[in-house]
Design a protein around this ligand. Structure first.
Ligand code: GLC
Length: 444
């Protein structure tokens, strides 16, 4: 090809896609990844239904097809256990392209699932769907409400250690932030000796430098084997198991979801449920106090076995606003930490502090920026009057998507797209929040 034409082609390829085309492409991605009444995060890498992915997907669907959005939420609860837990993966079938599948998790629920949960964004999404059209949503809300209640109750009883209020994760996968440095110290205390030989599948779909290491994977599998061996006794696992870390992500997301659930209980006039939820919320400040790290000026994870605090700031450190919490002294510090991080990261909030030696702009939850977390942080900031910062985060997310398409996650410094492509939750967040169309709809 002549050099001039080649140059022109290269320049055209470098021009970010137009928002209108991205709206169209986002809808296509949602539809392409639909699998009956649920949606895959992306074909190949993740061939089942994932809990919080599905809830963000419901938000995306609510922009184009509200009925389909409700169906997405309803299908997730087919994976709800008798003890209330809504599982992190609902397998339904065995797909050999994914590891670890149902035969490794060995859950005994009627529909095969994994044995842990994931961040409970569902109640907040259900409130959003209901508010879009209360008349159409009322009956569906009535059916979902008791399921949401028992899932939240499961967290408040099975994922706290005695006397505590912050929510524990007993497997890094439960946090939704698999290989965050938040888990490093506690994970290093898990002895993987004796795990069954296995072969990873994720690294055959995605460049291994963008995925967790085998040191981490051995320990992930040990925790699965431990859970399966004790018949997924969740209370035992939280109190005695090899890994229990208080997670600001789940703690704040659940706190927010509790508030939305209380609102829904009021709509349905479920007075005893309102009182029960108020009992949970009564401990909110105590949980926040436990997670506050004054030295770092942020909320950070904390090992429940040793009491040791994480030594770095992660993106979920900023979800306290989303949770509905303020504290003037802490917030002044938190805002300074946020400003420092925003200054260095033009493509969204990095999943881990760029100034920390463990920051890795490519590796999954150790640095990359994720559209879903940007959205949650910005939503909370906007609700507390930090509109300018919230808009900045929205623009950063928009630019990353315009530059690199609907990737699973992005380099926070360059906007390069990494991980799986045609990713459903990135497309959903585009439709519900990041696109210029969503922004003008919200302002109207
Ligand atoms: C990864 C992510 C998790 C997500 C899942 C499916 O495991 O860490 O948050 O739910 O992929 O997208």
């Amino acid at each position: 090809m002549d050099p001039e034409a080649e140059q022109e082609r290269a320049e055209a390829a470098a021009v970010p896609a137009k928002p209108i085309d991205l709206d169209r492409r986002a809808i296509q991605i949602l539809r392409e990844n639909e699998w009956g009444d649920y949606t895959l995060p992306t074909k190949g890498l993740y061939p089942y239904q994932w809990n919080w992915d599905s809830m963000f997907v419901a938000l995306g669907f609510s922009e184009i097809d509200l009925d389909r959005a409700w169906t997405e939420v309803e299908s997730l609860f087919q994976g709800q256990w008798a003890n209330g837990m809504a599982a992190h993966i609902v397998f339904r079938r065995d797909d050999p392209s994914y590891f670890p599948g149902p035969s490794i998790w060995k859950s005994t629920h009627s529909v095969p699932t994994s044995g842990c949960s994931q961040p409970p964004v569902a109640a907040t999404v259900v409130r959003d769907l209901y508010e879009k059209d209360p008349e159409a949503g009322l009956e569906r809300l009535q059916t979902l409400f008791p399921k949401l209640m028992s899932w939240h109750r499961w967290f408040h009883t099975n994922r706290v250690v005695s006397g505590g209020a912050a929510i524990a994760v007993t497997h890094p996968w439960e946090s939704g932030r698999d290989n965050s440095p938040d888990w490093d110290k506690a994970l290093a205390n898990v002895d993987p000796t004796g795990i069954a030989p296995y072969q990873r599948k994720d690294t055959s779909h995605v460049d291994p430098t963008m995925r967790p290491t085998s040191f981490e994977y051995d320990r992930y599998l040990k925790l699965v084997e431990y859970g399966a061996a004790c018949g997924w006794d969740h209370t035992h696992i939280t109190r005695e198991g090899p890994f229990a870390v208080a997670d600001p992500g789940i703690t704040f997301i659940l706190m927010r979801a509790d508030r939305d659930l209380r609102y829904l209980a009021e709509v349905l006039k479920k007075h005893s449920a309102v009182r029960e939820i108020e009992g949970w919320l009564f401990h909110a400040r105590e949980a926040a106090r436990y997670l506050w790290n004054d030295e770092l000026g942020a909320y950070t994870a904390r090992d429940l076995r040793t009491g040791i605090k994480a030594d770095g700031v992660s993106s979920v450190s900023f979800l306290s606003y989303y949770a509905g919490l303020t504290s003037s002294r802490r917030d002044a510090k938190l805002q300074r930490t946020l400003d420092r991080i925003l200054e260095s990261s033009p493509y969204g909030i990095p999943s881990f502090d760029p100034e920390h030696p463990k920051f890795d702009s490519k590796r999954y939850w150790r640095g990359p920026s994720w559209a879903i977390v940007n959205y949650l942080i910005a939503r909370g900031l906007a609700e507390f009057g930090f509109e300018r910062k919230a808009n900045m985060i929205r623009l950063m997310t928009r630019e990353a998507i315009a530059l690199s398409g609907f990737s699973e996650y992005f380099d926070p410094m360059t906007g390069a797209g990494y991980g799986g492509q045609h990713f459903t939750w990135t497309a959903a967040i585009w439709l519900a929040w990041a696109s210029p169309r969503a922004e003008s709809a919200a302002e109207a």
